[in-house]
Design a protein around this ligand. Structure first.
Ligand SMILES: Cc1cc2nc3c(=O)[nH]c(=O)nc-3n(C[C@H](O)[C@H](O)[C@H](O)COP(=O)(O)O)c2cc1C
Length: 313
């Protein structure tokens, strides 16, 4: 049986999204959190909230992710995750945004193999009792950079590598390269998880021939039924629409509760609608309805209008 996971999305797949998703949809085995940063001390503020607390997260299926270029910070994070009961933590070596990557963080780590390898060695020397996985791209400037890491990935006790086969400089342009992914399979002796551009069951069927494990990203944000559709028979459209409606309302109510009623949550709901609009019959019209809202009552009306006027595909 294949493993399906939800790739992390900063600003979208927070604890509220993950829990609402789990309540309304199936098919996902693992949920990576958006990255944590600033773990300067054991009792760092970002590790005290609901985003990582075992009270609000299923430690067996959630995998906390860190964005860092300091072994000490990563080790501290790993130990905290272990003490919370998590089975795995993940290092972000894929974030392509220049303000991150230019500081040798995220995908920028791939452009400095010497420093990064030393850091990974240090982490592995001091972390045990929790799986350590890495999420990366082919490289930052070039798709050859990953080859400098093959030995390190093979020698160190890294549990799995999630590979998004683009380079950082591409951001999300062009296509994820199935050829480059395939070329790396025989070279890497760790489970290699495919991630990139899986928007439908057809594409999944192509990538699952190469990899038993797939991390779904924008495809799942757009169509939260995707993992179920991969694993089970297609749903009837009326049922899909009703379930999607329940999910959207639930997510909104939970976000609102978390934010103490602040209309700021409209921003994160809009971020999700940028993807979710594409599951409807007229995506641009759906987006126009959501885009212009600034107040909670306007948002609620827009959502009702969308579900009254549009069908899901
Ligand atoms: C808005 C946004 C936020 C993201 N945040 C993270 C993150 O926190 N950590 C991470 O490893 N990847 C992050 N990613 C990358 C996705 O997890 C994923 O690797 C990427 O979208 C490619 O997969 P897809 O083509 O299936 O969407 C983010 C991507 C986007 C567009």
């Amino acid at each position: 049986m294949e493993t399906l996971s939800l790739a992390p999305f900063q600003g979208i797949t927070d604890v509220v999204y993950r829990n609402a998703f789990q309540k309304h949809f199936g098919g996902i085995d693992k949920f990576y959190t958006p990255f944590f940063t600033g773990i300067q001390k054991d009792n760092s503020k970002s590790l005290r909230g609901e985003e990582i607390s075992p009270e609000f997260n299923d430690v067996k299926t959630v995998v906390p992710q860190i964005l860092s270029n300091h072994a000490d910070e990563i080790i501290r994070f790993a130990n905290q995750c272990k003490s919370f009961g998590y089975k795995e933590f993940n290092l972000n070596m894929g974030c392509p945004f220049p303000r991150v990557a230019n500081k040798t963080r995220g995908c920028g780590l791939m452009a400095d193999p010497e420093r990064t390898t030393a850091m990974l060695n240090e982490v592995c020397m001091h972390v045990d009792g929790i799986d350590f996985s890495i999420k990366c791209r082919l490289g930052y400037y070039s798709d050859e950079e990953i080859y400098s890491f093959v030995d390190t990935f093979n020698t160190l006790p890294i549990s799995e590598i999630i590979l998004h086969p683009r380079i950082g400089k591409q951001m999300y342009t062009g296509e994820a390269s199935l050829e480059k992914f395939q070329a790396l399979i025989p070279l890497i002796n760790k489970p290699l998880v495919y991630n990139g551009d899986v928007f439908d069951v057809e594409k999944y069927n192509v990538v699952s021939k190469m990899s038993q494990a797939v991390a779904l990203g924008r495809g799942l944000l757009t169509n939260p039924f995707l993992a179920e559709e991969i694993r089970m028979a297609p749903k009837n459209l009326t049922e899909k629409k009703a379930r999607l409606h329940n999910f959207v309302v639930d997510l909104y109510v939970e976000r609102l509760r978390h934010a103490g009623g602040s209309p700021k949550i409209i921003g994160s709901m809009k971020e999700l609608w940028k993807y979710m609009m594409n599951i409807f019959d007229d995506p641009l019209n759906v987006w126009r309805k959501v885009k212009k809202v600034n107040h909670l009552d306007e948002y609620e009306q827009a959502v009702e209008l969308i579900f009254n006027e549009h069908n899901v595909l």
